[in-house]
Design a protein around this ligand. Structure first.
Ligand SMILES: [Ca+2]
Ligand SMILES: [Ca+2]
Ligand SMILES: [Ca+2]
Length: 215
């Protein structure tokens, strides 16, 4: 029993360690404003991530509008080379699809308003591959995004969310809010405790304590 608990603790420590993180920043792309972000962009940048996908969605039902995001070089706050939805009023989406046996830890991302403007997202959330909301930043209706230089010239969000499958980031509906510096990594499924695992671990700790007391 004790050995099992130590093993579980070791796996949890692995889940919390940081290694193999990537920052998707679009900075190595040479494109014109309004160009689509290539569908293959970022696919080979990090081990154990099978695919990164870019989409623009309709705002009402989140159905597909176009199978890409667009690229802009500058003036989204102090960010350069950013991604934004392909039409105004739409929702941008990036999907991080892990390889078999892996999940995703989404560490952080930056957003800023064009052109050097403070704006708002009315949609900003993380979802799993089935469309279940994992985290809703706009639960109160909107999220302020910096950009005008009065205060920070961009906003940084640090969800640090680990999930045992595909993670989607959606934001909108103003195409003058751009995304940059999306930081994430692949995490082995074995290192991602599920709620039931936590419960078993708790029982294990109780068991060890009980065993010690009995001794
Ligand atoms: Ca891709
Ligand atoms: Ca960039
Ligand atoms: Ca400001």
């Amino acid at each position: 029993m004790k050995r099992a608990v130590q093993l579980s603790c070791a796996l949890i420590a692995l889940a919390l360690s940081s290694h193999g993180q990537i920052v998707l920043n679009f900075d190595d792309l040479t494109l014109n404003n309004y160009d689509p972000i290539p569908a293959s962009y970022g696919d080979t940048l990090v081990a154990n991530i099978a695919d990164i996908q870019y989409r623009t969605l309709n705002p009402g039902d989140f159905s597909l509008y176009e199978s890409h995001l667009e690229f802009w070089n500058s003036d989204y706050g102090d960010l350069s080379k950013v991604a934004y939805p392909s039409a105004n009023g739409m929702v941008g989406e990036i999907a991080i699809v892990p390889a078999e046996g892996y999940g995703v830890r989404l560490v952080s991302f930056d957003m800023a308003g064009y052109s050097h403007a403070d704006l708002t997202n009315t949609v900003m959330r993380l979802l799993d591959g089935s469309g279940n909301v994992l985290q809703n930043f706009a639960a109160s209706g909107s999220v302020s995004i910096q950009g005008d230089g009065t205060g920070p010239q961009h906003s940084t969000f640090t969800p640090n969310l680990t999930f045992a499958g595909t993670v989607l980031l959606q934001w909108g509906t103003d195409w003058n809010v751009g995304l940059d510096n999306l930081q994430f990594e692949a995490v082995p499924l074995a290192a991602i405790p599920e709620p039931s695992t936590w419960a078993l671990l708790g029982l294990g700790v109780v068991g060890v304590l009980g065993w010690r007391r009995w001794r």
